[in-house]
Design a protein around this ligand. Structure first.
Ligand SMILES: CC(=O)N[C@H](C=O)[C@@H](O)[C@H](O)[C@H](O)CO
Ligand SMILES: CC(=O)C(=O)O
Length: 310
């Protein structure tokens, strides 16, 4: 891996951590934690790609100015350490998304991703594609990914329909981050995808199923703290060792189902990452809340019992 060659337009594969946004205890950006965060992902988790300002990063709860400062800091600190930084630039306002897309190109991000707007929802896959095209036109050469997460956006179009002839509208199109449980739609995205696209799966608790369908990689929140184990899961899958791959996947399922019973959301997930990594990520921003400290401790204990330090 050369640090000189721009990673832009290198096919994105393997694990991508969807980063949390570090805040101070007062709820302001804590940019000073980002360098340490990148080192943690690389050295402790073996994760070499990040997806910033997405769901896990509370992107939709941040101002445009904050998103620019974060994107800049992530790109700066990732230089020479991460292979790719993908900046999520989706917003309710097309203008804001365009501004962030243009900014991501200026700061040297390797790609951008865009979620469907969800206050006013696109009425069809074609309308959504027009929105995505307008965003991409502000960064026409930057690799572009559609971020499919219907359970959160309420935009229930099939990802496969979004992909239909999309390169004629968006020549920089390079793939989809598919965060949904519909494996038929996922399979159809894979079978339709061009060789230079990356179809990345985003439901961490069932990654293994997506690998069987041919996922090129995965983007998710849990790769912040189980990345090293999921790298082993992927290696086991590639060697045909499904017993080992399932063993790791089932532990992740056990952790997430345990956490869900205690009320697992992005705020609690962030708290878990702070507990496990020792990074100071701070509280989430309203409307997200921290969970009671006792719950966070018991989720962290579950994590340590499932994934003991070697
Ligand atoms: C809704 C949400 O945050 N989805 C994330 C990515 O898309 C996932 O990485 C989940 O956090 C993860 O699968 C745990 O449920
Ligand atoms: C999981 C993911 O990709 C996100 O947080 O946006």
């Amino acid at each position: 891996m050369s640090v000189m060659a721009p990673a832009a337009d290198t096919k994105l594969t393997g694990l991508v951590a969807a980063t949390f946004t570090p805040f101070t205890t007062q709820g302001e950006l804590n940019l000073s934690e980002i360098g340490r965060y990148i080192d943690y992902l690389k050295e402790k988790q073996g994760v070499n790609n990040i997806f910033v300002n997405g769901t896990t990063g509370e992107g939709m709860s941040l101002s445009v100015a904050e998103r620019k400062m974060l994107a800049e800091e992530w790109c700066k600190k990732a230089k020479g350490k991460m292979d790719q930084v993908i900046v999520h630039v989706g917003c309710m306002s097309l203008k804001d998304s365009q501004e962030l897309a243009h900014h991501a190109a200026q700061i040297g991000a390797e790609g951008i991703a865009v979620i469907a707007p969800s206050f006013f929802k696109p009425s069809s896959a074609d309308v959504l594609k027009k929105f995505l095209q307008e965003v991409s036109s502000s960064a026409p050469t930057l690799p572009f990914y559609y971020y499919h997460i219907p359970a959160v956006t309420g935009v229930n179009v099939l990802a496969r329909d979004v992909l239909e002839d999309i390169e004629t509208l968006i020549p920089s199109f390079r793939g989809v981050k598919f965060s949904a449980c519909d494996l038929m739609d996922f399979g159809q995205c894979i079978s339709y995808s061009a060789p230079h696209w990356s179809v990345l799966y985003g439901v961490d608790e069932q990654l293994l199923a997506s690998l069987a369908f041919g996922a090129n990689g995965a983007v998710g929140s849990t790769y912040n703290y189980v990345g090293s184990h999921v790298n082993k899961l992927i290696t086991a899958f590639e060697k045909g060792d499904l017993v080992q791959a399932r063993n790791i996947q089932f532990k992740i399922q056990e952790l997430i189902s345990f956490a869900k019973k205690l009320g697992f959301d992005v705020g609690v997930n962030k708290q878990l990452m702070s507990e496990v990594s020792g990074l100071r990520l701070g509280p989430p921003r309203l409307p997200l809340m921290l969970c009671p400290p006792a719950n966070a401790v018991s989720i962290a204990q579950k994590y340590h019992s499932l994934f003991p330090e070697p």
